[in-house]
Design a protein around this ligand. Structure first.
Ligand SMILES: [Zn+2]
Length: 87
């Protein structure tokens, strides 16, 4: 049921533990068989930690946000017009 797009779309919700059990199960199952998504999952899990840690002390490093935007291929984060810095 879950494919890569669905999994990536639900990733944030999954990490926030706001998905239904069914959806969580589907994502876990997909992560078990898909290295790409597992990598993305690891990245986001770590990102979440970094962000929550950084939020208390410092700003998010611009490079990190650029990486996230690349990963999703679209603007990420709300309230900000995201213009990626030139590469
Ligand atoms: Zn996948």
């Amino acid at each position: 049921m879950a494919n890569c797009n669905d999994t990536l779309r639900e990733l944030q919700t999954f990490l926030d533990n706001e998905l239904s059990e069914d959806a969580q199960h589907a994502i876990r199952a997909h992560l078990g068989g898909c290295g790409d998504c597992l990598e993305a999952f690891d990245f986001h899990a770590e990102l979440k930690m970094v962000v929550s840690r950084k939020c208390r002390t410092d700003e998010i490093p611009p490079g990190l946000m650029a990486k996230v935007e690349q990963c999703f291929g679209q603007a990420f984060g709300d309230g900000e017009t995201s213009q990626s810095a030139d590469r």
